[in-house]
Ligand binder design. Sequence first.
Ligand code: PHE
Length: 383
Amino acid sequence: MMNGCGDGNDMEMGAVSGQSQDGLMSREKSALEGLVEKERLLDELFKLEEEASRAIARASSSKALAETATAVLGKRSTLSTIHRQVASLQPEERKEIGQRLNEVRQKLDELIAEKRESLSAHEREEQLEAERMDLTEITPSFLRGHLHLVTLTQMELEDVFVGMGYKVAEGPEIETDWYNFEALNIPPDHPARGMWDTFYLEVGEPESVLLRTHTSPVQIRLMLEGELPIYAVAPGKCYRRDTADARHIPIFHQIEGLVVDRGITFGDLAGTIETFTTAYFGPRIHSRLRPSYFPFTEPSAEFEITCTICTGKGCRTCSDTGWVELGGCGMVDPAVFSAVGIDSEEWSGFAFGFGIERCAQMRHQIADLRALIENDIRFLEQF
Ligand code: PHE
């Protein structure tokens, strides 16, 4: 070293330097070892940095990342081992390694923090997605239908009469001959029975029990209850041996009206019919009464309303008359009052009855009544 000649000389010099040269040699040796050690540590740090960075990048969950962080930075990590080894280095080298160590630790800290942030954001998203409730989701449910047009019409008609102070009554669909005919002033074998094509049931005496042909027997039931005065309507099913056509079906609905009070006149009947007509069909539709015959009313009338198809101008539906028949009506016949024991000198009254299907037909311009019982959903769902 002194003359600047290579290693061999150094050794030689050392060999002749005796004790003091021995000291120099070991200093040099330890400096050399220190250098090697430093290089080794730097190398190790480099490798550690690489491996740890990759391990952090690989962590697939917050939990895995926490484990990686402990392995990389914890007390038993390579980093800590290197840290402990630094203590045995010369100050110069210690400083260099120390700096590098801090750099590596800082870098790994940052990588871990970044990774932790992105993992937890991702996990939050996954959790939200898993717990998400889709309130807009349409779950398959049963198709809900609605009430049939005839039922809706019946309910509306009831409403109109309830609004006029009437109560709603009901009677059975299976009647005896007495309620359906006799008490209504239609004795057995009377030609007026021909007005109704009756279904008889095979119960009791022949032709004694039947499917009611009209709602008029409810008049009898109401009057037999014995409470006067009466202001009532009675809707319900009726049966006739009719062949179905555009304006008739064998099972149909009527709504019966009955008023019994003191001093009731034909004018009250006409006014009631007109009030009902405009309330249900609207102000442009009116009513008129035409003389007719029913055994249980005297005088009797058929009541007609303005044809809703042509509003009275005349068309095919109304046979160019501008009017369409809706039902029958009249003043309660004294013979009916006597059948139920009401004094016709003190009480008087009127009755009316008309088809509910016919009302729906007029209100909604239904060309053929049979559509109401064919159950074609495309037709029914319109109402
Ligand atoms: N019941 C009669 C029919 O079905 C209608 C009606 C009812 C007539 C009340 C007068 C009074 O034809």
